[in-house]
Ligand binder design. Structure first.
Ligand code: SF4
Length: 354
């Protein structure tokens, strides 16, 4: 059991973040925020696959004006991602967003930050201090390491917000480099009470990006660090980010969501096409949110053990397989019936959204 860091709790549009509670899964739209219908459509898709807080880019005033309508049509909290121009943050707050992300690397004038913070305070809207290794404040350059510069950027911005009596703070400090990210988050986790938003930035295409994210976030989450996560992948299917985030949390037993498929890699002992069978089962389980463990195993070596441990499982042998349910052997099925027999048992335990 992982002992979580007990951070301060903040409320992001009705979703609690921090306090060693549920680790919240986030993502970010990649539509043009000025295009309200496309952005809302993508938010709905993200929500359907389990995204709990969504961030949208606000590159100009027209985008910030769209936030009123986006907010009205979103049933999950909407965070405005602000860079360079503090007036966009003020407009986003006026539009009713549930949170702001400010980058200390490109909004640096304390007076402008003060204006934003006071407006956020009046509206009780939290701010994420979102430091990124690629856009660090110039004043923190020099001889210091990237890690030190990122930590300094976080702490300096916190000092400024606290001096304005503002504490609805969330912090992220993302780098592409996994070891840098881990070091920075460890350093700030020890020094601040605020909840941490974890991410490996610009992690890459889904295959490598998911692995990088799982390694970086996995290390930190295992140490109890992290209150909300976003997996950043280069993909047009943003549900891949959300799916990956949940898979990371599920593997550390920090969240439960949907089916878990246990399937063996197959080897020379297997006498059936275990890859096709596992892929088909995964495909058919895609639209279920029910927590269920399904095992698809290729032979009798580990097969019965794993299959018995699952809610439903099959251990396939030559021409025949043994079906298990809740640890009990149900029956022997013919190879032609492996898939349907397994699905029949699964269907009796789960419901599907479509
Ligand atoms: Fe090979 Fe059997 Fe293990 Fe699958 S369960 S990898 S078929 S030994």
């Amino acid at each position: 059991m992982i002992k979580r860091r007990a951070s301060r709790i903040i409320n992001v549009g009705g979703v609690e973040v921090g306090g060693a509670g549920t680790i919240v899964v986030q993502s970010m739209t990649n539509t043009d925020t000025r295009d309200v219908s496309s952005t809302v459509k993508q938010i709905k898709q993200l929500e359907e696959c389990g995204c709990e807080i969504v961030r949208v880019a606000v590159p100009d005033l027209q985008a910030s004006n769209s936030l009123v309508d986006i907010k009205k049509q979103s049933s999950i909290p909407v965070i405005a991602d602000i860079h360079f121009d503090h007036r966009l943050a003020l407009a986003a707050l006026k539009a009713g967003v549930d949170g702001l992300r400010l980058n200390p690397g490109n909004i640096t004038d304390p007076e402008k930050i003060k204006e934003v913070v006071l407006s956020a305070k009046e509206r009780e809207v939290p701010i994420r201090i979102g430091v990124n290794a690629g856009s660090l404040p110039r004043k923190s350059s020099g001889e210091s390491s990237t890690v030190q510069r990122m930590v300094d950027a976080v702490l300096e911005e916190i000092d400024l917000l606290e001096s304005l009596d503002f504490d609805m703070i969330k912090v992220s400090a993302k780098a592409f480099d996994v070891l840098t990210s881990v070091e920075v988050y460890r350093a700030i986790a020890d020094r601040i009470p605020y909840p941490l938003h974890l991410g490996i930035t610009e992690a890459g295409l889904p295959w490598a990006g998911s692995i990088r994210s799982a390694v970086g976030l996995g290390i930190l989450l295992h140490e109890g660090i992290g209150d909300t996560i976003r997996v950043s992948l280069t993909t047009s299917d943003l549900c891949k980010e959300v799916d990956c985030a949940y898979e990371i949390l599920k593997s550390l037993k920090l969240r439960e969501k949907g089916p878990t498929l246990v399937s063996c890699p197959s080897c020379g002992r297997s006498e059936t096409d275990i890859v096709s069978l596992a892929e088909e089962v995964e495909q058919r389980l895609r639209h279920s949110d029910q927590v269920i463990k399904v095992a698809v195993m290729g032979c009798v070596v580990n097969g019965p053990g794993e299959a018995k441990d699952a809610d439903v499982g099959i251990a396939c042998g030559k021409g025949k397989g043994v079906l298990f349910k809740k640890g009990k052997k149900l029956k022997v099925v013919e190879e032609a019936d492996f898939l349907e027999a397994l699905m029949q048992e699964i269907n009796s335990m789960v419901s599907f959204s479509n």
